[in-house]
Design a protein around this ligand. Sequence first.
Ligand SMILES: NC(=O)C1=CN([C@@H]2O[C@H](COP(=O)(O)OP(=O)(O)OC[C@H]3O[C@@H](n4cnc5c(N)ncnc54)[C@H](O)[C@@H]3O)[C@@H](O)[C@H]2O)C=CC1
Ligand SMILES: O=C(O)C1=N[C@H](C(=O)O)C[C@H](O)C1
Length: 262
Amino acid sequence: MNLVTNQTTTPLKVAVLGAAGRMGQTVCAAVDGAPDLELVARVDAGDDVAAVVRESGADVAIDFTVPSVTETNVHAALDAGAHVVVGTTGWDDDSRGRVSEHLERLAQAGTPRGVLIAPNFGLSAVLAMTFAAKAARYFESVEVIELHHPDKVDAPSGTARHTAHAIAAARAEAGVAPSPDATETGWEARGADVEGVRVHAVRLRGLVAHEEILFGNTGEQLSIRQDSFDRVSFMPGVLLAVREVVSRPGLTVGLEKVLDLS
Ligand SMILES: NC(=O)C1=CN([C@@H]2O[C@H](COP(=O)(O)OP(=O)(O)OC[C@H]3O[C@@H](n4cnc5c(N)ncnc54)[C@H](O)[C@@H]3O)[C@@H](O)[C@H]2O)C=CC1
Ligand SMILES: O=C(O)C1=N[C@H](C(=O)O)C[C@H](O)C1
C-alpha cells in the first residue's frame, strides 16, 4: 500500500465514530500518529453524530460502530458535510442504495461527497479475496471459513460475505455449476449459504480476524488463508481510505477498488 503523504498540505480533519470500541481506539491512535491527519472528534454511543461532526469541522468521518447504527451514522455525517469511511459490517444492497441516493442528491446540490465502505481494510484480507475471486472459476468445489474473536456480534463476517459474493459472481460469469454436495440431513452443520457458497463461522477466544478459502478439484486443493493477528493490521488500509475518499465522489465498496485490484 502506498502510504506516502504530502506533508506540505493542511491536515485532513478526522472524526472517529465508535471511538471507544476495539477498532475505534486503534483508529484514533493511528489518526493521531499520522502527520497529514488531525483527530478532531471522538464520537461514541449517546453522542449526536451530526452535531459533533459539524462542530468539529471534520473533513472525513470514520465509522467503526455496530451494524444496527452504521447507516444512520453515515447519513448524519454526510448531512454534517463530511466524507465517510466505513469499516462497520451489516451493509446490504438496500442500505448501500440509500447512501448512493444521498450522495447523488449532494452532488446535484453542488456539494459532492464520497463514501468508502470496506468490509476489511487488511491488506492480507483484500488480497485473499482478490485471489479467491480469480481462482473461483477453476474449481469444482469452494467453501469459506471465517474465524474471529468471540466478542464479534455478527456472523458470517462482512469479509466472508464479500468473499462469497465475489466468488459467486466469478463462477456465475464463467458458467460454473454449484459445488457438489450430497448432503441429505444435517444441513445445520453445513454453514450458511451465501449466494450458493457455504460459509462457516468459528468464534474462539484468542483469535482476532482470519479467513480461509478452500477450493477443490479431483486430486487437488487450493487453500488461501489470511490472518489479522492484531487490529493494527487494518490501519494502513483505513488511513489510505481516508486520504482517498476526499477525491472519490460517490460510493466506493471495497478497498480493492482503491488498490486497483479489481
Ligand atoms: N472493515 C474492517 O477492516 C473491520 C471491520 N470491523 C467491524 O467494525 C465494527 C466495530 O468492531 P469493533 O470495534 O470490534 O466493535 P466494538 O463493539 O468494540 O465497538 C463498537 C463501538 O461503537 C460504539 N457505538 C454504538 N452505537 C454507536 C452510535 N450510535 N454512534 C457511535 N458509536 C456507537 C460502541 O459504544 C462501541 O464503542 C464491526 O462491525 C466489525 O465487524 C472490525 C475490524 C476490522
Ligand atoms: O468484527 C471484527 O473483528 C471484524 N469484522 C470485519 C468482518 O466482519 O469481516 C472485518 C474483520 O474480519 C474483523
